[in-house]
Each structure stands twice: as structure tokens, then as C-alpha cells.
Design a protein around this ligand. Structure first.
Ligand code: SF4
Length: 507
């Protein structure tokens, strides 16, 4: 039984409770409350990690999730298979280091086993403990756990069908639809056949890691390859991770990125791979992973994120030169593109805003003055650099425009003579339905204002976005238009969806 300790209202991220333990048979809960700071920037969309049979499986998964924390800060969980037919889990609301302590990890780890883990930002369903992953189910006395990165665009339709046929849903997550389909098909075959039959039904973006009570760890990537999922190896133990930065932290070697539509099964026979008989001719890796979401020290599909961001900055400088005293990012947004822009343009790079790295999510902000403090405490200007100067700010994206507007105003207040803004991606004019949290046009300032209106709205002297062609060229990928999803920039969606899709469409 899960009991709510209370509700803290802030700017959309609610219900922060510390973790609870359960095995596939029992649930024990511990709770505490936290608060958070949010800004008007896009939210990451979950990270997954898995390791096959290791004496410190839970601890290594904890480190893996630590490295993937940027992909989701609402909740996290770890599930371990170490005893016949059971899966032991610990989940909670908040950040990885708040949810787990050494005792939690040792308790679920026992003498070791296989583990999967998840960090969540909710793109479908509410942000609450019930929706925290990994999601564990039991079927005929055997437990299965799943962790999902992505968004299923037909989950609400499939959920209706399943409910009409008697299925009872425990959560409002799209991921649960996959589990129902998996369990339904498990009656007719083995685990792999059940996965294969389930993925035929689901559409959209998914990189899953699954754990069976026998300790098998299974990775599944959707046929379009929207979200990254990589295979690594740690002293003979195979690992799966959303990003390679987690391999670095646990000192695993990178083996390869999974192909779109691939299923890898890790068990006592090693790694078995099942690939689609007829792979799609085009791939749709989310290009925004490189622009914004992924960590700069990760490499996705052979391209390092840091280097890609620098290349985007260089391309931006070629397309939008303007004379200025210096180029600056607002850390960490735009850091690497700003380096590339400065290199290409020959304009000096300065860190004119200093980030306080010790700002947590835990201070209370009930009054307006406290909220203003919350903004100022995170970034503080080097005033001497700014007064009387012509400045180019490099941003990696503008979604709602509120953050960018505040930043420009701050520079004006400090006496900047001119403020130019350069964005290292094209304007976001279309919502994302594949797992990123801007799911309506109304949230996108570039969809509702012309560039001139936006320049005025943000209080800028000039504004320039990277072109779609420039973005694709800077990727350095052969035939980039056939390899990336760029739907939020041009509206050409690789997977169709119906008008009923929304963050709350699962109830
Ligand atoms: Fe990524 Fe944009 Fe495609 Fe969403 S629509 S998957 S954010 S490129």
C-alpha cells in the first residue's frame, strides 16, 4: 500500500516523496518531502540502465542512474532479480542521491544478481510515486520489470482496447500498455516472442530495458531509433544504458549502440541479438538529443555530443555573423555551441555569467521575493564584463521564451550596450510527441510569433536561429535527413499520431 505523505505545490513538479522498498510480493514505504526549482526550459525524458549478473548490481545501477540524472529528476528506481521468481525494488520521488542510501541498495541487492534502473521525467502520466519506474508485474508467480525511455503515441488507444477486454491499469503511464501486451502474449510463448508480439502493436518512441525474475536483461529499441540505447561490458558483465556517460562512471567499455528495431537478450549464453527482417529505410534518432538533452561527454550513434554542439555553434557563426565584444553562454545552456561560435567567428569567448553549482532543489520558495532569490542564486553576472559592451548570447533552444527574456533583461539591467542572441538549432514550431515535454503548439513561442515579434518580445537587438539545413550539415552524418527526427522544427513526423494524444491522455 502506498500512502501519500503530503503535496508540495511549486511550478509543475509536485509530490516529492522519498523512496519505498518492495519485492514483487510486498511493499514497504518511506517518505519525505522535497521541493524544487523549475525554469522554462525543455525537460528531459527519462534514462534507463541495466546490468546482467553482478555481485554489486544495485550499486552499479545506482552509479549508472547518477550519470543519467540529467534525463529525469522527478523519480528514480532500481529493480534487482536475485532469487527465484522474485524481483526486489526500491523507488522514490526526487533525485537519485536522495532516494537511495547504502542500506537500501544492499537490501535489494542481496548477494548480487541482475538489475535495471530508471530516472523519470513524466512525458505521459502524472508525476507521482505510482508512476515511478521500473514498473514490476507478476504473472503466474513470476515477476517482470520494465523501464522505458520515450513516448508511445498510440498508448491511449491500446489502453482503451485493453480495458474493454478486462485489463486493469495501475498507473497512468504509456509504458504500462507495453507490459499488458507483453503479459497477454506471454501466455502463448516465451519471453522474447511475447516482446516481439507486443512491439508489433505499439507505436512511437521507446528504448526499454526489461528484467525477468530469472535475471535476464533485455534491451529493446523502436524501429525508428528515436532514443539512444547502448550496450557495454564491465569485466565480462554486459550493461545497457541510455547514454555512454554511464559506462564511463561504472568503468564499462562501450560495445555498440543498438540498431533501430533491435532486441538484445543478455543471459547465461551471452548476448543474443534479434534484428528486424525488414529494417526501415530511414532512421529517426532525435536530433535534439545532440542539441540539448544528452550529456556532452556521451557519444550517440558514433557522434560525440560535445563535438556536435561545437559544430552547431560554428555553423551558426557562418550563418549569422554580427560584430560584438564577446560571445557568452548562460551556463550550462549553450556552453559548447558558444565555444564553436567564438572559434569560427574569431570573437572572444567569455563566461560572463557564473553558475552556482551548489543550488539544490530543496529550498522553499513561498513568496515572490523568495522566488526572485531562486532565480538569482543559480546564475550571477560578472558585472565588470557586461557594462557598455555588445554581447552575443548563445542559447541551445528557446521553447517558451520566458527564460531567454529574463536573461536578456538581466544583461540590459547591467548596462549591456547591445544584446544579440544566436540559437544553435532552428525555431521550435511544432510539438514533440516522442517523449519531450513540449506537447502543444501554444507552449512554443516560435510557433506563435514571427522572428521580428520574438526579437522585440525578448528585448534583443538581433536574433538568429540556425537553419534546418545548417543543423543537418553540422551533424557530419551522411544523408542526415534520412537519419534524424527533426519534426519539432519542420513538422514532418516520422510516426503518425491521432489528435487525442496529450500528457494526460492515459487518464
Ligand atoms: Fe526530438 Fe524534436 Fe523529434 Fe521530439 S520532435 S523526437 S524533440 S527531434
Amino acid at each position: 500500500m502506498i500512502e501519500k505523505a503530503g503535496l508540495i505545490e511549486d511550478c509543475g513538479m509536485k509530490n516529492f516523496w522519498k523512496g519505498y522498498d518492495y519485492c514483487s510480493e510486498i511493499s514497504i514505504q518511506q517518505q519525505s518531502q522535497q521541493n524544487c526549482l523549475c525554469s522554462g526550459v525543455p525537460k528531459e525524458e527519462c534514462g534507463v540502465f541495466g546490468i546482467y549478473r553482478h555481485p554489486e548490481a544495485a550499486q552499479l545501477t545506482y552509479f549508472g542512474l547518477y550519470a543519467l540524472q540529467h534525463r529525469g529528476q522527478e523519480s528514480a528506481g532500481i529493480s534487482v532479480a536475485r532469487e527465484k521468481d522474485k524481483i526486489f525494488s526500491h523507488k522514490g520521488m526526487g533525485l537519485v542521491h536522495d532516494i537511495f542510501d547504502m542500506e537500501d541498495l544492499k537490501r535489494i541487492e542481496g548477494g548480487g544478481g541482475s538489475a535495471i534502473g530508471h530516472v523519470r521525467y513524466s512525458t505521459t502520466g502524472d508525476s507521482n510515486l505510482t508512476n515511478a519506474q521500473p514498473f514490476v508485474v507478476q504473472h503466474r508467480g513470476r515477476a517482470y520489470a520494465v523501464a522505458h525511455n520515450g513516448n508511445l503515441v498510440n498508448a491511449h488507444i491500446l489502453k482503451n482496447e485493453l480495458e474493454e477486454n478486462g485489463s486493469i491499469f495501475q498507473t497512468t503511464m504509456d509504458s504500462e500498455v507495453f507490459l499488458h501486451l507483453f503479459i497477454k502474449n506471454l501466455k502463448q510463448g516465451n519471453v522474447i516472442q511475447a516482446i516481439q508480439k507486443a512491439v508489433v502493436k505499439i507505436e512511437g518512441a521507446y528504448s526499454f530495458v526489461l528484467l525477468t525474475c530469472k535475471g535476464e536483461v533485455i534491451g529493446v529499441k523502436d524501429p525508428h531509433g528515436f532514443r539512444p540505447l547502448a550496450l557495454g561490458k564491465l569485466n565480462g558483465h554486459y550493461v545497457l544504458s541510455s547514454e555512454t556517460c554511464a559506462f564511463d562512471l561504472v568503468q564499462a567499455e562501450f560495445v555498440r549502440e543498438l540498431d533501430p528495431g533491435e532486441i538484445v537478450i543478455i543471459n547465461e549464453d551471452g548476448v543474443q541479438s534479434i534484428k528486424p527482417e525488414k529494417p526501415l529505410e530511414t532512421r529517426s534518432l532525435c536530433i535534439f538529443e545532440y542539441i540539448y538533452f544528452a550529456r556532452p561527454d556521451s557519444t550517440i550513434c558514433g557522434k560525440n555530443v560535445y563535438q556536435m554542439r561545437k559544430a552547431l555553434g560554428r555553423q551558426l557563426a557562418k550563418e549569422s555573423h554580427v560584430d560584438a565584444d564577446f560571445v557568452m553562454p548562460f551556463p550550462d545552456s549553450g556552453n559548447y555551441s558558444a565555444i564553436g561560435y567564438a572559434e569560427e567567428s574569431g570573437i572572444q569567448f567569455e563566461m560572463a555569467m557564473i553558475r552556482n553549482h551548489y543550488v539544490g532543489r530543496s529550498f522553499i520558495q513561498p513568496t515572490q521575493s523568495m522566488r526572485d532569490f531562486a532565480v538569482r542564486v543559480k546564475l550571477n553576472p560578472v558585472r565588470e564584463l557586461i557594462k557598455g559592451k555588445e554581447i552575443i548570447i548563445i542559447e541551445d533552444s528557446i521553447i517558451r521564451g520566458t527564460t531567454a527574456r529574463t536573461r536578456v533583461q538581466a544583461l540590459r539591467n547591467l548596462g549591456a550596450k547591445k544584446v544579440h542572441m544566436r540559437i544553435s538549432c532552428p525555431p521550435h514550431r511544432f510539438p514533440c510527441y516522442y517523449g519531450i515535454d513540449f506537447s502543444t503548439k501554444g507552449e512554443l513561442v516560435a510557433a506563435t510569433k514571427t522572428q521580428m515579434e520574438l526579437t522585440h518580445f525578448l528585448g534583443l537587438d538581433t536574433l538568429h536561429y540556425l537553419s534546418i539545413e545548417g543543423m543537418l550539415e553540422a551533424s557530419g552524418v551522411e544523408n542526415p535527413a534520412d537519419n534524424f527526427c527533426k519534426a519539432c522544427f519542420d513538422g514532418s513526423y516520422p510516426v503518425a499520431f491521432d489528435s487525442g494524444i496529450s500528457k494526460k491522455c492515459m487518464g
